[in-house]
Design a protein around this ligand. Structure first.
Ligand SMILES: [Zn+2]
Length: 510
């Protein structure tokens, strides 16, 4: 059987989703979970793009145990040098060099002739090869590039030492027939003494990202790039969990194997969804909340008689456990640690103490503390960085026929507490106005939504907010999880303010 490698770009392309800003701690946690999921190569970031990205790539390179760590670089020496620096400690470093090859990109974006583009590929892949054993080259916007020129660009990169060729459908323009043909054409025509890995990279603008990736595999690609939950620029990237499950369920057709541990899928998806602040749509393939729900009477009847009548994927396959034993008020430290390890969280002494206290607190209010609750609790804990403002008090005065009043107490990174009060036509608005009093920057609330972590009247509330930093125009997502809806709302908004504050601070540094 063929082997398909999985290349995850959740931390690079995925982070280009509007509003998504992972901090370094979150990125390391995601990287370790992706490693556990079975990812072969992780694109940890674009080191030259910011100090934060550089730092994150370096930290990930230091933490992962066996996964290849890749860094992105334009066809510029300084980009390649910076990636090399960031990947110093990686066990298996790889560089990903790219340059656009489509007529529209060359003419308007790069303002380069075809000759100049080919010369630049040759020069920079050659240079990258002096620093890296593994060099990947991507002709950006490949699917809108003329075939012969695409072949020339790829052959130039191969001759200069690239052994991995990635064909990005940058704008999500291609379809399975056409995309598959590009791979067939290149694999047949590229000349090389070394074995070349061909890789797909698709976007979902026309809803064909997964289908295109599978078409590439059918036509000889042995690596697939994508993200978890399909996050990424615009409509997003290929959802890797969809490809992994498709290869598994239709092994009869694809005849391919990979390293993905499907039972870790749910945990991996959850962590990324929470850190990204993007809930997984209920109807999402493979991991959506409704993926295993059978609504019609005929279907329910069939599934009860034999699950395979209407169910091709079992919840257990992707790690959705219905009968997982919930923890409760009487569960001890030992049971808690075991459960945490099972869910993929390795905690240091101090973190464990804090998490256990939070668990006990929750168990006092909620009879059954489920896996979802615990994941929510952990993700809530890990997003708080040391330089962040934290909420320590919230008080409300509710008037059924007038304006609401809120008072918040927030502790600053230096340990000083500030109190602020404000009014609003609703409770959440009053709270948000009060938090606005604390910060000097200006933001606009772009979206607010609320979801229950589990079912039942005692479910924890998960509030998602997106704000826009008025100074830079950039979006920031944040999540707040708490037993109480208003407290969760306050936490989410405060987290969003923390993100804006950090962005403004970084702007000053750079
Ligand atoms: Zn992309």
């Amino acid at each position: 059987m063929r082997k398909i490698q999985f290349f995850d770009t959740t931390l690079r392309d995925g982070e280009q989703t509007p509003g998504v800003n992972f901090n370094t701690k979150e990125k390391v946690q995601i990287a370790l979970q992706l490693e556990k999921w079975g990812i072969d190569v992780i694109e940890a970031g674009f080191p030259i793009s910011s100090n934060g990205d550089f730092e994150a790539v370096r930290e990930i390179a230091r933490h992962v145990k066996h996964m290849t760590v890749a860094g992105l670089a334009r066809c510029q020496k300084k980009d390649i040098d910076r990636a090399y620096e960031a990947l110093q400690d990686a066990i298996d470093p790889q560089i990903h060099v790219f340059l656009a090859t489509s007529p529209v990109h060359m003419e308007y974006k790069l303002k380069m002739t075809t000759k100049e583009v080919i010369a630049s590929i040759k020069e920079h892949v050659t240079y990258a090869r002096t620093l890296f054993e593994k060099v990947q080259f991507s002709p950006e916007d490949a699917t809108r590039t003329e075939r012969e020129f695409l072949l020339l660009a790829v052959q130039t990169a191969v001759d200069a030492g690239a052994t991995i060729i990635n064909i990005p459908d940058t704008v999500g323009y291609s379809n399975p027939t056409e995309y598959g043909e590009i791979f067939k054409y290149l694999i047949e025509n590229v000349q090389s003494e070394k074995e070349i890995t061909f890789s797909s990279h698709c976007h979902d603008d026309l809803g064909m990202a997964t289908a295109n990736a599978l078409a590439a595999i059918e036509n000889g690609a042995n690596r697939v790039e994508g993200t978890l939950n399909g996050i990424g620029e615009r409509a997003g990237n290929t959802a890797l969990e969809e490809v992994a499950v498709a290869l598994y369920i239709r092994k009869d057709f694809y005849q391919a194997e990979d390293n993905i541990q499907l039972a870790e899928t749910k945990t991996t998806s959850d962590i990324i969804s929470r850190f990204a602040g993007i809930p997984v749509p209920k109807n999402k393939a493979v991991i959506g909340g409704n993926a295993f729900a059978h609504e019609s009477g005929i279907h329910q009847d069939g599934v009860l008689k034999n699950p395979t009548t209407y169910e091709i994927i079992t919840p257990e396959l992707v790690g959705v456990k219905h009968n997982a034993l919930p923890l409760g008020k009487l569960s001890g430290r030992h049971a808690f640690i075991n459960k945490m390890e099972e869910l993929g969280f390795t905690l240091e002494q101090e973190e464990l103490r804090e998490a256990f206290a939070k668990f006990k607190d929750l168990a006092d209010k909620k009879k059954e503390v489920t896996d979802s609750d615990l994941r929510a609790l952990m993700v809530g804990q890990q997003t708080s960085e040391s330089d962040a403002y934290s909420l320590t008090g919230l008080e409300l005065n509710y008037h059924s026929d007038g304006e609401q009043e809120a008072t918040v107490v927030v502790v600053m990174p230096n340990g000083k507490a500030i109190e602020a009060s404000a009014k609003g036509s609703g409770s959440v608005q009053a709270i948000y106005n009060a938090i606005d009093e604390i910060f000097s920057h200006e933001i606009a609330l772009n979206s607010y939504s609320i979801e229950a972590v589990t079912s039942g009247i005692d479910a924890q509330a998960e509030v998602h907010v997106t704000v826009i930093n008025s100074e830079t125009g950039s979006f920031h997502n944040a999540v707040g999880i708490d037993f109480d809806v208003l407290q969760a709302s306050a936490i989410a908004y405060l987290q969003a303010n923390n993100a804006v504050q950090q962005e403004n601070a970084q702007e000053e540094v750079e």
